[in-house]
Design a protein around this ligand. Sequence first.
Ligand code: TXA
Ligand code: MG
Length: 370
Amino acid sequence: MSNAGVTPAATVLLPPSPAGIAEAARLLRAGQAVGLPTETVYGLAAACFDEAALARVFAAKERPTFDPLIVHVDAPAAPVVDALAAAGLVRAAALDPLARARVEALAAAFWPGPLTLVLPKDPRVPDLATAGLPTVGVRAPRHPVARALIRAAGTPLAAPSANRFGRISPTTAAAVLAELAGRIPAVLDGGPAEVGLESTVVAVAEDGALTLLRPGGVPPEDLARVAGVTPTRAAAPRPGAGLAAPGTLDSHYAPGRPLTLLPAPVAALTPAQGDAARAAAAGASAVGLLAFADAGAGERLAALVGRPVVARTLSPTGDLAEAARGLFAHLRALDEAEVDLLLAEPCPVEAGLGHAIADRLRRASAVRTP
Ligand code: TXA
Ligand code: MG
């Protein structure tokens, strides 16, 4: 993988102590990009108004500059719109009263937490942070180490997820190192991410209309209840066709190995579906299986396809929060296992966090374009 333009150097793992946080803040103020723990996934943070620092984030991730970053703030006091305007992030005058009311209600309910609001941008926010869009994504994370770092750095932090472009988001400091070691000076270790999936991204239009750009840690039903209206769902855009949210690119959370989403749990495959699974596994010496709840699915699949199976189970009790928390770590582990292809059971629940889990499994299994 090309590393052009990035100075290779040792990457330091900083503890979440006052000294570790102070060192991360010093690096950020000096224009460096630093691994940031949040409750969703780890981010790669840079001072939001420092264009050279933002450029380092894109270089380290090999991320195309048409993909906007999320700006992280310490949870603001109400009225949130005015606080974000005072911070130089949001153009408050652009928002109608209904839009303002919806932002206040959503922030009161879900901040600090896994919700990103896309709002009209203040011209002071560099175009590089927003990919030239007239809007900016803002999130107030609830992870105490993230909050402490934002305060210590004294600036909002622009941060995408800390993976190389198109790969699985990291949920541990070790996973950040696996993605970015040698490309950034430091990762602040805040332990395993509590939610495990990225934030829900909602655009608030100037007239107050809501669009769900990416399902995530805040379930869409909860959004609708608080906002009093069901957000419109963004249609998945085609690459290059004026992206509303590049997180909606189909193949955006892909492991390195090809992943096939099964049409049903292994135990419920019809004979025809079983034949298809056997055909898919025919050329493989071993198969990886991401089971949802069935701890016996691996043995069942091995018997079905006649190949050794390395299986990981998301939640033996079918708990959606547990499944979300471990999803990316299990995918990473399977991706590193001695297997030739990956199969995944579908998420059986289409409610709550099930929306985001199903979305990530679908994207991980999308055929990659070269
Ligand atoms: O949970 C999260 O959101 C994590 C942590 C680090 O906060 N961050 C994250 O960032 O997932 P990233 O860059 O991987 O995904 C951000 C998503 C992308 O789909 C991006 O396009 C969308 O948010 N986004 C950001 N600003 C936007 C804007 N102005 N308009 C539309 N979409 C935007
Ligand atoms: Mg990402």
